[in-house]
Write a protein of this length. Structure first.
Length: 298
């Protein structure tokens, strides 16, 4: 039994497809099929059921799959521990982030790179839901996003800072708006909002829960950069976190007066998983930069 055979089996079992597994692993379907056949012959059972259109785990495969995943995870941890013992500070560190963490993340990356220039950094910017799924799939070492009321129990979240949901627009558009803004003010402006599923939009939905406020939504976009550009160039107003407009000229942010408008900035890691030295070093730099960030804004 070889680790590569287990890896091929797990990837086909996860994706339910030889073609998708082939693309994911960058090897041919015939190689995957051949190695899984050898694994099945060694075990004396059929792990996958196949027809012309579908691939599925057999009863034996269902039982074997979690053990194969655990073996691969333990093998990866062993390699990481060996690298750490040798104090190489090499390898790969994968970090994911939502848009609002950009300034803090950039400074941390710069400081980290100066200390560990031989570590290969992989940086991903996407939604919190996608980041959490990537963490669970072990595609990320650490993720930065706001905390949700219902987080996955397999994820450990550590607080970095507290932020708040704000009405954001040009000063002339928000002139006369109370500060903080009552929830009713959300219905007074033409809005450009993030899509549902993004953190700021989900927080807004919590603020509006059980209210009868009608929003005048003119535009939705999954890019915070694009939303801010539109708000600066038009009479539209958006609703996102105050940090998103930190040091951006031409826009003002007015906090929304509601207990659900609070947003907790956190970093997230998998619970009970061995952390590489590079991950621990990144977290240390991140928390130090966050401390100075808080002092600078206080």
């Amino acid at each position: 039994m070889e680790l590569r055979q287990l890896r091929y089996f797990v990837e086909v079992g996860r994706l339910k497809s030889y073609s998708l597994a082939s693309k994911s692993l960058y090897i041919t379907q015939s190689t995957i099929s051949q190695q899984i056949r050898k694994l099945e012959e060694e075990l004396g059972v059929e792990l996958l059921t196949r027809d012309t259109r579908h691939v599925a785990l057999s009863d034996y495969g269902e039982q074997f799959y979690p053990h194969a995943v655990k073996i691969l995870e333990e093998a990866e941890v062993s390699v990481d521990k060996i690298r750490d013992v040798k104090n190489l500070y090499a390898g790969t560190l994968s970090v994911g982030s939502t848009y609002s963490f950009g300034p803090l993340l950039m400074q941390t990356i710069l400081d980290f790179y100066r200390q560990y220039p031989h570590v290969h950094l992989q940086l991903i910017n996407t939604s919190k839901a996608q980041l959490i799924q990537m963490l669970l799939n072990r595609e990320l070492d650490i993720a930065l996003s706001y905390k949700s009321p219902m987080d996955d129990e397999r994820i450990e979240s550590r607080l970095l800072f507290q932020n708040e949901l704000c009405l954001i627009g040009r000063e002339d558009m928000l002139a006369g708006c109370e500060n903080p803004a009552p929830v009713e003010a959300l219905g007074r402006y033409p809005l450009a909002l993030p899509f549902k599923g993004q953190q700021a939009r989900d927080t807004l939905e919590s603020v509006l829960f059980a209210s009868d406020i009608d929003l005048d939504i003119r535009l939705e976009n999954n890019s915070i950069h694009a939303l801010l550009d539109l708000v600066r160039a038009t009479s539209l107003v958006t609703v996102i976190s105050s940090d998103a407009v930190h040091r951006i000229q031409g826009l003002i942010a007015i906090p929304i007066d509601h207990p659900e408008s609070r947003m907790l900035g956190c970093y997230h890691c998998l619970k009970g998983v061995y952390q590489k030295k590079t991950t621990r070093a990144f977290i240390q730099i991140l928390t130090e930069n966050n401390r100075f960030r808080s002092i600078g804004r206080g």
